[in-house]
Design a protein around this ligand. Sequence first.
Ligand code: FES
Length: 110
Amino acid sequence: MTSNTSTNFAYACKLSELKPNVPLPCEVNDRFVVLAMLDGKVFCIEDICTHDGGTLGDGELDGNCLVCPRHGAKFDLRTGAAMCMPATEGTLSHEVEIRGDEVFVQLKDN
Ligand code: FES
């Protein structure tokens, strides 16, 4: 059974796969995203660094930010906002919905 507000959400992962403060790269509908649980809430951003297209999924968390492993740009996982150089533009932030033990995301367009 699906909720009438959830028609555009796509399955990403099991909730139990997410460990607190550990980023989890996922492929959703042929797009690469990174999910993370911060303070019990799940967030999702596009797995693309806006500096030079690096993948963020192998980056480490610094507070609420995901650090790009290539040149150190930081993106706020809650909003996708770029928080330091060399990135000046945010990456996409996707809405998350939890259904039981499953995590769904609503992918924004590029
Ligand atoms: S590609 Fe991410 S900081 Fe350069």
